[in-house]
Structure formats: C-alpha cells, structure tokens
Design a protein around this ligand. Sequence first.
Ligand code: MF3
Ligand code: CO
Length: 250
Amino acid sequence: MITLKSAREIDEMEKSGQLLASVHEALRDFIKPGITSWDIEVFVRNMIEDHGGVAAQIGYEGYEYATCCSINDEICHGFPRKTPLKDGDLIKVDMCIDLKGAMSDSCWAYVVGKSTPEIDHLMEVTEKALYKGIEQATVGNRIGDIGHAIQTYVEGENLSVVRDFIGHGIGPTIHEAPSVPHYGQAGKGLRLKEGMVITIEPMVNTGTWQMKMDNNGWTARTQDGGLSCQYEHTIAITADGPRILTLQDE
Ligand code: MF3
Ligand code: CO
C-alpha cells in the first residue's frame, strides 16, 4: 500500500531526516584511517540516541546494527566490524532513524584517507546519478523516469547500476510501496503523486552490476570484486517539486 503523507507528516519526517543528515555531517571528520566500522556503529548509535531518535535498523527483519557499513566491493548490508579502515577504502554508511514515529533513510559514501582517480570518478558519478534521479521525482512523472535518468547517465560513464536492490516508499516503516528501481524505461510505471515519500539510493559499480551474497545472508558484494558506491536520500514529492528530507550542509 502506498501511504500519502500530509504536509505535517512530511515536516516531521524532515526533522528525522535532519538528525540523520547531521550524523553524516559528523562522520565526515570521524572517518579516518585506523578507526573501525564498529567505531562508526557506536558513534552513530550514540548520536541518534542522544538526540531522542531510535536507530531503526536494529531489529528490522532480524538485522542487528544501527548502520550498514559496506566497504569497497560490498554493495550493501555490510556488518560493522572491528577491522581497522585503511587509506583508500571506500565505505558506504547507511542508516534509518525513527524520530517520534517519523522515519528517514540515507546512505553516504566516504573515502578513508587518500583517494584514487578511480574512486573519485565512481563517487562523483554515483552522487550525480542520485541527483539526476531526484530531478525526476515530480508530480505526474512516472517511476520509470527516475530509473531511466540514473541508468543512462551511469552507463554513459562506463559504470553499472545494481539491479538487486532498489529505492522504496518510506514511512511509517522503512520499506513501503512503491518500489523505485534505479534502471528502467522513461514513461513507464506508477505515476508519482503529491505526498509520496520515497528513497532514491543508486548503487553503482565499476565492473559488472551482478552481485553475490555472503554466507551471512545479508551482505551483497560485486560478483567480479569491483568497487561499489552508494548515496541515498529520502525525498518527498510535493507540488513545489522534490523536497530532500535528508539534505546535508555543504
Ligand atoms: N537503509 C537500508 C535501505 O536503504 C535498509 C537496510 S535494511 C536493514 O533500504 F535491515 F539492514 F536495516
Ligand atoms: Co533505503
């Protein structure tokens, strides 16, 4: 079922999203060589709770952590762990916050220490792809317009778009209808309506888009071992255009 949100509900989701954005802003300085993704998990969990939020991924479908910390070839749902991060690691930190019943979801990518031209290009294209998708999230457009804009841009940059994980409606729970693929055909699919709140969260790979699943049943990684990047925002479809609820400061 697709739930349309009132202006007041969207305002509440934006407060949740603004707490989430502030966590990502804080991670910019926190993430450096030598720390572990477990340190990130603890930092994030404490910051969310200190601000009256609930780390909504904990307990979701049996997931045990506040964050997904997916490193290098890990596409998504990486478990936080106690291995030190090193120069040139690409880490994607994904989290959901429930603030007084209002849900938000955002993933951001960070390079640890010194980057490389390959990582810079992958990160730049993935972030731009997110915004190309967001541009299409307008009343009257169709779901396929979002995926089409993302896919054509990414593939034109000789990178690939993951098919196995997609964006989604959000609120009251993390995953709601509709599904929001990051690939597809313009003009196809459900028509977007005022009051829908969705995530757009392209996962972009340097090699093949195909994935393989780890034995833990959660962590997906690239089949060919290539790098994977992801950025995600929570977006409300409004009469004035897409409103990014998880927008960060520059
Ligand atoms: N934040 C993830 C998403 O973007 C949700 C991960 S599901 C969990 O959809 F179980 F890992 F929390
Ligand atoms: Co999401």
